[in-house]
Design a protein around this ligand. Structure first.
Ligand SMILES: Cc1cc2nc3c(=O)[nH]c(=O)nc-3n(C[C@H](O)[C@H](O)[C@H](O)COP(=O)(O)O)c2cc1C
Length: 378
């Protein structure tokens, strides 16, 4: 199948699987332990059905949503994800430019393979900086200052990774950034010549926002060595003071944590279990959503993140009260399949499906969705 023939995110996933090195595809596609939460994140959406309404003028569908007091063209967001240049040589810049073209908010991970400044200069769209907290607080503060100076609109503090989840596929594949070169990796590289040629011809991949001397340990041991598992609510408050701007707490699935996030000063929470990559058997993001929407009320915005693979999923989450929906793998499959063109295709597919779903269900604009569409739990 060619990129232009792809009709769904699943088609892009199959294309990514064909093009990318096995350890790279598995790093994107995989989850923690038995991958129960990974599977169930998506399955949760399949439990819902719409009850469409008729004879409404759906000739103009308005996708605008408001987040952190600002209007955005679409409720779809690109979640921050690590090491994008490993998936495709165009990396994070491709994501920023494809997202920018569609007015989609795009996140840069602390563990990105493109620098804060280069990412900020790519594409024209709104950008958020995702922060993990390093044991070296000076490093965290320096990154925040750089992100502020580069014009990032908001900070995303990810808090569901006090230690690294156990991703069996990565261990089996010997995954690391940059990749280790052993017999298994060479054998797999030979089977994926397009990925391998790109990889060999492009500059070395590294965590672009850390120093150049960062060694090629496995991602899991690197995170466990460098991130601060002792980080708590008072530290979060301090970090917010340092940032002094709009901020989102990412990785929340409990209503009490959502309330506390708002009391601490976050303007939005991202209901997320890291796409099933951290705590296996964690509640699915969608199942956690309703309780958090109720707990938060009008005090903050709620973003749903995890398991979204089509526009119908987006519509379900919006119908249950999310102000926006963030996707990770959906655009990464596009990136791994075909760089910026693949990310563009993924975003086009999601948006077209969302617009079609809204028109056919009788929704004209986003706040409309919650009341006119009944979502039946079957
Ligand atoms: C390959 C990959 C790398 C990721 N890296 C990060 C990261 O560096 N920081 C972060 O906050 N979340 C990271 N995430 C989690 C995403 O931001 C997001 O929460 C998750 O992908 C949502 O689930 P979905 O992939 O089912 O849409 C990563 C996810 C994937 C798939």
């Amino acid at each position: 199948m060619k990129l232009q023939d792809c009709q769904s995110i699943e088609d892009l996933r199959m294309l990514a699987k064909k093009r990318a090195h096995k350890m790279v595809f598995d790093y994107i596609d995989g989850g923690a332990d038995d991958e129960k939460t990974l599977r169930e994140n998506s399955f949760a959406f399949d439990q819902y059905r719409f009850q469409h309404r008729v004879l409404r003028d759906v000739s103009k569908i308005d996708l605008t949503t408001k987040l952190l007091g600002k209007a955005y063209r679409t409720p779809i967001i690109c979640s921050p994800t690590a090491g994008n240049r490993l998936f495709h040589t165009e990396g994070e810049k491709a994501v920023a430019s494809a997202a920018g073209d569609r007015g989609v908010v795009c996140g840069l991970s602390t563990l990105g393979s493109t620098s804060i400044e280069e990412f900020a200069a790519s594409g024209t769209g709104p950008k958020w900086f995702q922060c993990y907290v390093w044991k070296d607080r000076g490093l965290t503060r320096a990154m925040l200052e750089r992100a502020k100076a580069a014009g990032f609109e908001a900070l995303v503090l990810t808090v569901d990774m006090p230690i690294h989840g156990h991703r069996r596929r990565d261990h089996r594949n010997g995954f690391s950034i940059p990749p280790k070169i052993g017999f298994k990796q060479i054998w797999e590289a030979a089977k994926r010549p397009r990925w391998t040629t790109d990889y060999l011809l492009s500059p070395a991949i590294r965590y672009a926002n850390l120093d150049n001397t960062t060694s090629a340990t496995s991602l899991a041991s690197f995170v466990n060595e460098q991130l601060d598992p002792a980080f708590g609510w008072t530290d979060a408050e301090e970090l917010l003071r340092d940032w002094n701007g709009p901020a989102i707490l990412k990785g929340i699935v409990h209503p009490d944590d959502a309330r506390r996030a708002i009391d601490t000063g976050f303007g939005a929470v991202s209901v997320s279990n890291h796409g099933g990559r951290q705590l296996d058997r964690d509640i699915t993001a969608l199942d956690a959503l309703t309780g958090i929407v109720e707990a938060v009320g009008t005090r903050a915005d709620v973003i749903l993140d995890g398991g979204v693979r089509n526009g119908g999923d987006v519509l379900v989450a919006l119908g249950l009260g999310a102000a926006a929906v963030s996707v990770g793998r959906a655009y990464l499959y596009g990136l791994a399949a075909s760089g910026a063109a693949g990310v563009k295709k993924a975003l086009e597919i999601l948006e077209e499906e969302l617009i079609r779903g809204m028109a056919l269900s009788g929704s004209i604009k986003l706040p409309d969705i919650a009341s006119p569409i009944d979502l039946r739990y079957i």
